[in-house]
Design a protein around this ligand. Structure first.
Ligand SMILES: NC(=O)c1ccc[n+]([C@@H]2O[C@H](COP(=O)([O-])OP(=O)(O)OC[C@H]3O[C@@H](n4cnc5c(N)ncnc54)[C@H](OP(=O)(O)O)[C@@H]3O)[C@@H](O)[C@H]2O)c1
Length: 339
């Protein structure tokens, strides 16, 4: 059996423990059905990795492989594939129900894979898939915002300097919205402005007085990318009558929908893994979204959101990236390239 390099875990440990993520060798998989076998050139690290790795009692018999953001090259195709061929350059997030991509080769269903933007390097491309899918689905599928032509309509993006926010701002600006981003530091404020946000307010202060200062009574849409529980009351106050709120940040706290009643406000969740987790009939929409993202990058409508590149892909660098993410202050994306 051919083996390949990977970064995996047996135990769920604090990231300061060198055993929390280890260099391992695992069997190289073979593509079946609608799977592609992809040679992984670069990966990016997301909070989903650190959340899954977070300390708990469980012990794995086989190493568990994390990593759901990839740019790579199709090495082999399964018998039922039709969208890609050997040698194609691709990017994708994959499915959280399957092993992640922190390995030399990775299996993924072709229906959730897109064509890598031609003008980007592998590391620049790896920054995009998971966050672009999340931002696209949140804005256009869940909030139902038209993809273009929005005038006199505004959007508040909470936690806008992170991975998802950095691409959400660009997609929303391209859709014609006025975008207000939130940040709490000078560096993150500047990053949001550079991505195209019209205004920046602070997520640790009341939203309504800050919106008034920029001439707004409220906002039509809110995209909450952080601490839904903490921002709930502020969002309920800031949303306009008949407005819509989407959150991507899960919480076990009970959320009180009543403050949204008088204003007939819609609240909706977005989970980027829903389509792949449930194999929904429209799963191929992620292939289409990624191809649209790719076209927009190649047309220079969207920019990569990479801010830091580590190399090579090994346990030491993946641990380093997890530690950075766990601080909660990431600006843009952290990418790791090459085995
Ligand atoms: N549902 C889904 O499909 C989905 C998909 C992707 C991500 N997520 C989740 O969404 C969250 C954001 O992901 P990401 O990749 O954008 O994260 P990230 O890159 O780690 O976000 C970092 C940013 O969060 C901001 N931030 C920190 N604390 C905040 C707070 N209390 N309120 C508002 N902003 C705060 C920071 O801004 P300042 O430094 O300026 O404070 C920093 O720039 C994560 O929890 C992730 O698991 C969900």
């Amino acid at each position: 059996m051919t083996k390949m390099k990977a970064v995996g875990l047996y135990q769920y440990l604090p990231i300061t423990d060198p055993e929390s993520l280890q260099d391992v060798e695992i069997p190289k998989p073979e593509p079946k059905g609608s799977d592609l076998l992809v040679r992984v050139m670069a990966i990016s690290v997301n909070p989903v990795d650190t959340k899954i790795r977070s300390p708990k009692e469980r012990v794995e018999k086989e190493p568990r492989i994390l990593g759901w953001d990839v740019a790579g090259i199709v090495e082999e195709t399964g018998p039922d594939t039709s969208l890609f061929k050997k040698g194609d350059q691709v990017f994708y997030a994959g499915s959280v129900a399957r092993p992640g991509a922190n390995s030399e080769y990775h299996l993924v269903d072709e229906r959730i894979v897109g064509r890598k933007p031609e003008i980007l390097s592998y590391s620049e491309a790896a920054a995009l898939p998971l966050t672009s899918l999340t931002a696209w689905e949140a804005l256009f599928d869940r909030l139902g915002i038209p993809e273009t032509g929005n005038v006199n309509t505004n959007l508040l993006v909470i936690g806008a300097a992170g991975g998802v926010g950095s691409i959400a701002i660009q997609l929303a600006k391209r859709a014609g919205l006025t975008v207000i981003g939130t940040a709490s530091r000078t560096e993150s404020t500047q990053w949001i402005k550079d991505r195209g946000a019209d205004h920046v307010i602070n997520h640790y202060e009341e939203f309504v007085p800050q919106l008034k200062q920029i001439g707004l009574e409220g906002v039509d849409y809110i995209l909450c990318l952080n601490r839904t529980d903490m921002h709930w009351d502020n969002m309920a106050k800031a949303i306009n009558p008949q407005g819509k709120i989407c959150s991507i940040y899960e919480t076990n706290e009970k959320l009180n929908l009543f403050p949204l009643f008088n204003k007939s406000v819609t609240f909706v969740w977005e989970l980027m893994f829903t389509r792949s987790l449930f194999g929904t009939p429209d799963m191929i929409k992620q292939h289409e979204i990624l191809n649209k993202i790719s076209d927009m990058v190649d047309s220079r409508i969207l920019q990569t959101t990479v801010n830091e590149v580590l190399s090579p892909i090994n346990a030491e660098n993946v641990r380093k990236a997890h530690a950075m993410l766990e601080e909660g202050k990431t600006i843009g994306k952290i990418v790791i390239e090459g085995f």
